[in-house]
Design a protein around this ligand. Structure first.
Ligand code: NAI
Length: 509
C-alpha cells in the first residue's frame, strides 16, 4: 500500500517549545520538513532552535547524521512570532501545557488560521483527544500524536483517535510518523492511551510488594532488573520520572476509570509526594541522591553451601534451565519426573514455580510443608538473580537447601517475605492483564500493545508475547490465585485471557 505520509515540502508547525516540542521539531526537521516553532513565552522558540541546532551538531560529531544533513535540518527550523504565521502549515503538533481548556482554546484559534486541510495534532499524554476536539468546527481534523521523551530517541508514537477523528487523517499521521523514522501504533482515545495505561501495574505492583514488606526497594529493583530483564526496577524508575508526575498520571488514570481498583494509587507514593521527596530531581525519593548518600544494596542470601540430594524434576522451561545451569557448573544431580509440577528437590526443600499463591498457602493445600517458591525470569538460562519465598511451615534447613541449590546453579538469591505471586510473575501477569483488557476493549490490537511497551517504556518483551511464552493458562491461574488470595477485584482476569484459555489459543494467534 502506498504511503499517505505528508510530503516533505509540507510545512509543519510545532506549538510549545519545551522538552517535547523541541524534540518533535527536531524529528520533523531531520525528516525534511520546513518547521515553524511557536511558544507564548517570549524568546522560548528561538532558544529552543539554538538548542536543537546544538543537538544536531552533536549528532553530526557522533557520525549519526552527516554534517550537511545536520546543517540543512537546522536551517529548516524557524521561530514564529504569532499563530498567524502558521497559516500555510499542513500539520500543527501541539505540545503546550497539559491543560484541557488551554489546549482547546489554542486549537480553536488555529482552526481559524490554518487551512481546512491542515491536520491538527496534540501530543497530550493524559487528556482525552475526544474532549480536546469537542467544540472545534471540524473536530474530525484533530488527532493525537503522542511522542515519548526524548522524542528524537524514542521510537514509539501513539496515533490516537478520538470519537470524531477522521480515519483518513489518522492514517496520514500514522504514515507520516513512520516516514519520520518512528514506529507508530494506533490507539483509541481512552485514559492513558496504551503505554500510560498498560504500564501502571509496573509501578503499582512494586508499590504493593513494598507495602506488604516483600522486600526493600533495592531488592525488588534488583529482582526486576536481574530476573525480569527490565532496564530499571520500579522504584529507581519512579524516582527518575518524579513522583509528582508518576503519581499524577496514576491518579488521573484511576479517576478516569471511575476508581477501578486495578489502578488504585499507593499511600506510600502519596507520602513521598506530600514530603516533597519526589525523586532524583529533589535529591530524595525512594533512594537518597544527596551528596555522600550511600546506595543501599539488594538483599542477597549468603553462600549456603551445596545441599545433598539434588534432583531436577520434570521438563518445564525452569527445570530445563536449572538442569542446564547445574550441568554447566559441574554439579551432580538426579533427573526425576514431576507429577505435581515441582521443579526440583534439594535436601529437605521442594521447589515449585510460583502460581500466584503464597508458599504458605500452597504448602497448606498440598501438604508439602517444605515448599519453596521460585519467581519467574525473562530467561531462566541467563538470569543472574532469582527471588524465592519459603512456606512458613518450613524450617531454616529448607531455606538453606533451596538457596544452596540456586546458588550452585549460579543465581544470586533474594529471599523474600512470602507474598503471593513474587515480583516478576505478579508484575508480568498484571501487565499482560492490562494489555489484554486494552485489546479487549478495542483500544489497540495485540501487536500494537506489545510494540508500545517495548518501544515506549523499553520493556524487554511485550506483555502479551510474554504471557504467550509463560502460557496464557498459567497467567490466568496466577491472576485467579491473586484474586482469591486478596479477595480484590484488582486481580480479576481479563475476558481476553479467559477466552484465549477456553479457546486453547495463544493471545497472538
Ligand atoms: P514543557 O513545560 O517543557 O513545555 C511546554 C511549553 O509550552 C513551554 O515552553 C510553554 O511556554 C509553552 N506554552 C504553554 N502554553 C502555551 C500556549 N498557550 N501557546 C504556546 N506555547 C505555550 O512541557 P513538555 O514536557 O514539553 O510537555 C508538553 C506536552 O507534551 C504536554 O501536553 C505533555 O503532557 C506532553 N507530553 C510530555 C511528555 C514528557 O515526558 N514531558 C511525554 C509525552 C507528552
Amino acid at each position: 500500500m502506498s504511503s499517505k505520509a505528508l510530503s516533505l515540502s509540507t510545512p509543519v508547525a510545532v506549538v510549545g517549545a519545551g522538552a517535547m516540542g523541541a524534540g518533535i521539531a527536531q524529528v520533523a526537521a531531520v525528516a525534511g520538513h520546513p518547521v515553524r516553532l511557536l511558544d507564548n513565552r517570549p524568546g522560548a522558540a528561538e532558544q529552543a532552535i539554538v538548542g536543537i541546532r546544538a543537538q544536531l551538531a552533536k549528532l553530526a560529531d557522533k557520525g549519526k547524521l552527516t554534517a550537511e544533513a545536520a546543517q540543512a535540518a537546522g536551517e529548516r527550523l524557524s521561530a514564529a512570532a504569532s499563530s498567524a504565521e502558521l497559516a500555510g502549515c499542513g500539520l500543527v503538533v501541539e505540545a503546550i501545557v497539559e491543560h484541557l481548556e488551554v489546549k482547546r482554546s489554542l486549537f480553536r484559534e488555529l482552526e481559524a488560521i490554518c487551512g481546512a486541510d491542515c491536520i491538527l495534532a496534540t501530543n497530550t499524554s493524559s487528556i482525552s483527544v475526544t474532549s480536546i476536539a469537542a467544540g472545534l468546527q471540524a473536530p474530525g481534523r484533530l488527532v493525537g500524536m503522542h511522542f515519548f521523551n526524548p522524542a528524537p530517541l524514542m521510537a514509539l508514537v501513539e496515533i490516537v483517535s478520538g470519537l470524531a477523528t477522521d480515519r483518513d487523517l489518522a492514517a496520514v499521521l500514522f504514515d507520516t510518523a513512520a516516514a519520520w523514522g518512528k514506529t507508530p501504533v494506533r490507539a483509541k482515545s481512552t485514559p492513558g492511551f496504551i503505554v500510560n495505561r498498560v504500564a501502571r501495574p509496573y509501578y503499582a505492583e512494586g508499590l504493593r510488594l513494598l507495602h506488604e514488606g516483600a522486600a526493600d526497594c533495592a531488592t525488588i529493583d534488583a529482582v526486576m532488573r536481574e530476573a525480569g530483564g527490565f532496564r530499571m526496577g520500579p522504584f529507581e524508575l519512579m524516582d527518575m520520572i518524579g513522583h509528582d508526575v508518576n503519581f499524577a498520571v496514576t491518579k488521573s488514570v484511576w479517576n478516569a476509570f471511575y476508581n477501578d481498583p486495578r489502578f488504585l494509587p499507593s499511600l506510600i507514593q502519596q507520602e513521598l509526594v506530600d514530603a516533597g521527596f519526589i525523586g532524583r530531581k529533589s535529591g530524595r525519593g525512594f533512594y537518597d541522591y544527596r551528596e555522600g548518600a550511600e546506595r543501599p544494596q539488594p538483599q542477597t542470601a549468603a553462600a549456603a553451601g551445596l545441599p545433598a540430594g539434588i534432583a531436577v524434576c520434570g521438563d518445564s522451561p525452569l527445570a530445563q534451565a536449572l538442569a542446564a545451569r547445574l550441568q554447566a557448573a559441574g554439579v551432580a544431580f538426579a533427573r526425576r519426573d514431576s507429577a505435581d509440577g515441582r521443579i526440583a528437590e534439594a535436601g529437605a526443600a521442594v521447589l515449585f514455580q510460583t502460581d500466584g499463591r503464597s508458599a504458605t498457602q500452597r504448602a497448606s493445600e498440598s501438604g508439602i510443608a517444605n515448599l519453596v517458591l521460585v519467581d519467574l525470569a525473562l530467561d531462566h538460562v541467563k538470569a543472574t538473580r532469582l527471588a524465592l519465598a519459603c512456606a512458613r511451615q518450613s524450617g531454616t534447613e529448607v531455606q538453606a537447601a533451596a538457596v544452596g541449590l540456586l546458588q550452585a546453579a549460579g543465581f544470586a538469591v533474594s529471599l523474600l517475605r512470602d507474598v503471593p505471586g513474587l515480583p516478576v510473575m505478579r508484575t508480568v501477569a498484571m501487565l499482560a492483564n492490562e494489555a489484554a483488557d486494552a485489546v479487549n476493549q478495542g483500544v489497540c490490537d495485540a501487536a500494537a500493545a506489545d510494540a508500545a511497551m517495548r518501544l515506549g517504556v523499553n520493556y524487554p518483551r511485550g506483555p502479551l508475547a510474554w504471557a504467550d511464552a509463560v502460557g496464557v493458562g498459567q497467567i490466568r491461574i496466577v491472576l485467579a490465585n491473586l484474586a482469591a488470595f486478596y479477595g480484590e477485584d484488582r486481580y480479576r482476569v481479563s475476558p481476553l485471557i479467559q477466552q484465549a484459555v477456553y479457546a486453547g489459543r495463544r493471545i497472538h494467534d
